[in-house]
Design a protein around this ligand. Structure first.
Ligand code: PLP
Length: 417
């Protein structure tokens, strides 16, 4: 193991005072939970909020609620997304269908989405991957036409906007993740939002039956957050990053995840959530803005111009080939730069899903899985780190013809300016 400053690919700093609030939340968490719920309603201007144990638990509950309101059973998700999304669909006993994505935007290929929605479609799950807003106007229009619900996957996009409106408030229901490495964290957690009284009633019924997590699991989560607040710091991260059994950065598919209400300890950890979200997202805007100024034009930084600036969770860059991606990631590991690949495969290649999906090809998703790297933009990334991170990307750019590296016009994207 090399002792050197090592940037984690994603991180959501948490302060000692927040950890102390987590501790007091163990005893007095009921008040914290009520307050958190009210603050979230107020911040998003939305009537119904449900706090649960993870983003996937949130999606599972939303799907269960929608299932009770319709006889339709098909759920359309992007062919490149977090593995937790198909796992929640299967756990909810629904039929999974994939729609290919456009590598220039990481959003749906809208021609294909339009063809895929029909009278079997219960809902579509547009995903604000890395904080890039999905084209909600188009998704909403297509779904309205065909009577399908829209469930925003805003797991990676808390605090971002689309045409001046907050992400998470644009579909029939939405969820955020409060997992490690998201915009803000309490270890693990999820938030459901909906404006619809009908969906909220169906959710409330299921929510009322959920148990809170056991005291032991809450303590383990709090200790995990404490460990994260220490070891994820760039000056120390070299150690956990060198321990393979921690499985940091691994992507796994599993459906046996727990579904609980959010507990008082986690609500305590989130007591200061609004200020943390603001600080975290300001830092992300600054870091990603700096990278974009340096790397565009010339590299395939994936951008959007749907209103305000994008709050990236990580900055996505498409390189020329799988080989270029692997070489870049190897340099990053060697130098501790935090440049990292994302999901290793498109959804149809997940081993556990073999035989459950139509054997369609998803070239967009496949190409993204092969060529995407992300740059860290979290609050621990300093100016000097950005200098170091930009170097191998610039070197890669000059070592291949610009045409190869920028396999599409970098100004193209979802309505890219
Ligand atoms: C796009 C996306 N959807 C859903 C999830 C699931 O959230 P959680 O990890 O909190 O269960 C994640 C988490 O990484 C995600 O990135």
């Amino acid at each position: 193991m090399k002792i050197q400053r090592t940037i984690p690919p994603a991180a959501a700093p948490i302060a000692w005072k927040d950890l102390m609030r987590g501790l007091t939340g163990m005893a007095f968490g009921r008040g914290d939970l009520g307050r958190l719920e009210d603050e979230i309603k107020d911040y998003f201007g939305i009537r119904h909020v449900f706090l649960v144990s993870s983003g996937k638990a949130a999606l599972y509950l939303i799907l269960q609620a929608l299932k009770s309101l319709s006889s339709r059973r098909q759920v359309l998700i992007p062919a490149y997304t977090c593995y937790s999304v198909p796992s929640a669909v299967l756990k909810a006993g629904l039929n999974l269908s994939l729609v290919d994505i456009d590598p220039a935007t990481l959003d749906f290929d809208y021609g294909l989405l339009e063809k895929s929605i029909d009278e079997r479609t219960l809902c579509v799950v547009p995903t604000h991957l890395f904080g890039l807003p999905s084209d909600m106007d188009r998704v909403n229009a297509l779904c309205k036409d065909k009577g399908a619900f829209v469930v925003e996957d805003a797991a990676q996009a808390m605090g971002g906007e689309y045409h001046g409106k907050k992400l998470g408030t644009l579909g029939d229901a939405a969820f955020f993740s409060l997992g490690r490495g998201k915009n803000i964290t309490c270890g693990s957690g999820g938030i459901i939002l909906t404006r619809s009284d009908r969906i909220a009633d169906a959710l409330r019924l299921r929510y009322s039956r959920l148990e809170a997590e056991s005291p032991m699991r809450r303590i383990i989560n709090l200790l995990g957050v404490l460990a994260m607040s220490i070891w994820m710091k760039p000056d120390l991260y070299a150690l956990p990053a060198s321990l393979p059994f921690l499985g940091l950065g691994e992507t796994k598919f599993y459906t046996d995840f727990p579904i609980h209400r959010l507990d008082g300890t986690r609500a305590g950890l989130l007591a200061n959530w609004k200020a943390r979200l603001e600080q975290s997202n300001q830092a992300r805007l600054k870091a990603s803005g700096d990278f974009i100024d340096r790397l565009v034009p010339g590299s395939r930084v994936i951008r959007s111009s749907s209103g305000k600036e994008t709050v990236y969770l990580r900055l996505p860059v498409l390189v020329e080939s799988r080989k270029a991606k692997e070489e870049l990631c190897a340099v990053s590991r060697e130098k501790g730069l935090g440049i990292s690949p994302m999901y290793p495969t498109a959804i149809q290649e997940i081993r556990e899903l073999q035989g459950r999906l139509e054997s369609t090809d998803f070239p967009g998703a496949k190409s993204v899985a092969e060529r995407l790297v992300t740059l860290p933009v979290h609050p621990w990334v300093r100016q000097k780190d950005r200098d170091a991170i930009s170097k191998p990307i610039e070197a890669l750019r000059s070592s291949v013809s610009a045409g190869n590296f920028c396999d599409a016009d970098p100004s193209v994207g979802k309505a890219n300016a």
